[in-house]
Write a protein of this length. Sequence first.
Length: 123
Amino acid sequence: MLPLGEIELQVSRSSGPGGQHAQKSETRVVAVFDVEASSALSDTQKRRVISRAGPVLRAVAQDERSRTRNRDLAIERLVAALREALRVPRKRVPTKPSAAARERRLERKKRRGAVKRLRRPPD
């Protein structure tokens, strides 16, 4: 669906503890996807993504010690964000409460009112 050529990958040193390995290797991966420059999305899809997530999608992964694993994670997160931005929300169909539900509600209100009346001080 999403061509890997349109995803820009940036690597840097990961933050946090990890000893000598983490200080020396660039394992943090940032995946950047420019929505406006994409040829994989139609104009309608681009408008939807830009309105919901912005013109540039960015996903960061620094969970693992391996750059390749972090690269895969970053791409997965980017695709998930794009999928969520493209998702068309279902239209809500308004409904009315059933007669039984209205009756139950009124019964609960009457019962609650009776409890409150019983708590009142005597006249």
